[in-house]
Ligand binder design. Structure first.
Ligand code: CP
Length: 359
């Protein structure tokens, strides 16, 4: 990739200066392709141990309302490798940044104030919030991140909310395009798979968005009751109009896997048990309902229906529930660890582009 002679920085540094990164669909296919190009450049430099201190002295604030292995460690390692510093914030160790309707005196602080204070100390704010932390009101986690973006004068990065997981989608499309450099027309199946845990809608929603944004033949497979949000389905249909490919929905996992090039079987929660799709938060009802779908598990028999297809999962995968070891641990099938590795490179790419300066 071409370098700028005056600074020695690659041309992608600062190319999206000041932009928030909340949803892949906020960016054009060309912009996502530029992020992937930068990620591949950064991956090559990382593997050959070349310095990449494009964000010297810069600070990333990371606010985690939920636990994490991949996201926390890849962001923290990534900003360090770019010459900057990650500052980990646990919501319970600060006055918990909170929407106006949930304020508790001297325990919480308004997001509007937190965002403006942190904007004077550093260079970007990254936030993860879904599930219990967002009171299981689907969309509330995304509203928290939008509130940060509204008040912050530095970029805000979505490390997964209850609607989108955009950095996971970038890592996933990077893994797909490593295998199939021209993904247009490849069959990409995003399927429900059973877990005893209650997982957010963010990953499948971001997967179908990025798949349709790259002109793939995207198939969404799930049992009744596991419908994704309508505004995301509509956005996928719009992507098909703009980028080609197709988008279909089925309730048959086996049929979906036939001739697939990529399969992404993972759990998400049945949204009809949670507001705004239900009048109350019914975690018990959701758990009982999803327990009826334990047969939705990824096995070698299902993989062998595919077109030598690749198995994908964002991690952590629930082994024995979402997938069996013989699939996830078999390099003939599995892109699991490549996807996890790509998180580092795509996040370094976006940080370089939105936090970096061109001179
Ligand atoms: N895929 C993903 O976001 O992993 P973590 O929950 O470990 O961050």
């Amino acid at each position: 990739m071409a370098k700028r002679p005056a600074t020695g920085k690659p041309t992608y540094v600062g190319r999206l200066h000041g932009r928030d990164f909340l949803n892949t669909n906020d960016f054009s296919q060309e912009e996502i392709n530029n992020i992937l190009k930068a990620a591949r450049d950064l991956r090559q430099r990382f593997r050959s141990k070349k310095p990449t201190d494009y964000l010297k002295g810069q600070t990333l604030f990371m606010l985690f309302y939920n636990r994490s292995l991949r996201t926390r460690n890849s962001f923290e390692a990534g900003i360090y490798q770019l010459g900057g510093h990650a500052h980990f914030l646990s919501p319970s160790d600060v006055y918990t940044p909170t929407l106006p309707e949930d304020m508790i005196p001297y325990q919480t602080e308004s997001i509007a104030d937190v965002a403006r204070v942190l904007s004077t100390y550093g260079d970007a704010i990254a936030v993860r919030i879904y599930g219990d932390a967002a009171k299981w009101h689907i969309g509330r986690g995304h509203r928290v991140i939008q509130e940060f973006a509204k008040w912050s004068s530095i970029p805000v990065l979505n490390m997964e909310d209850d609607v989108y997981h955009p950095f996971q989608a970038l890592a996933d499309i990077m893994a797909i395009t490593d295998v199939a450099p021209k993904p247009q027309g490849k069959k990409f199946v995003v399927s429900y798979a059973y877990s005893g845990g209650l997982k957010p809608l963010a990953v499948p929603q971001s997967c179908i968005l990025v798949g349709t944004q790259f002109g793939m033949d995207v198939v969404l497979a799930h049992p009744p009751g596991f419908e994704l949000e309508d505004h995301v389905i509509q956005a996928c249909k719009k992507n098909v109009e703009e980028y080609g490919g197709s988008f279909t929905i089925t309730q048959n996992m086996k049929e979906a896997f036939e001739d697939a090039d990529f399969v992404y079987p993972k759990a998400w929660s049945p949204k009809k048990f949670f507001p705004p799709y239900n009048s109350t938060v019914d975690k018990e009802g959701a758990t009982k309902y999803q327990d009826g779908y334990k047969s939705w598990i990824c096995t070698p028999e299902l993989m062998d229906l595919t077109n030598k297809g690749k198995y994908m999962h964002c991690g952590p995968a629930d082994r024995g529930q979402e997938v069996v070891d013989e699939v996830i641990d078999n390099s003939k099938y599995s892109l699991y660890f490549q996807q996890a590795e790509n998180r580092l490179h795509v996040q370094k790419a976006v940080m370089s582009m939105v936090m970096g300066r061109r001179k």
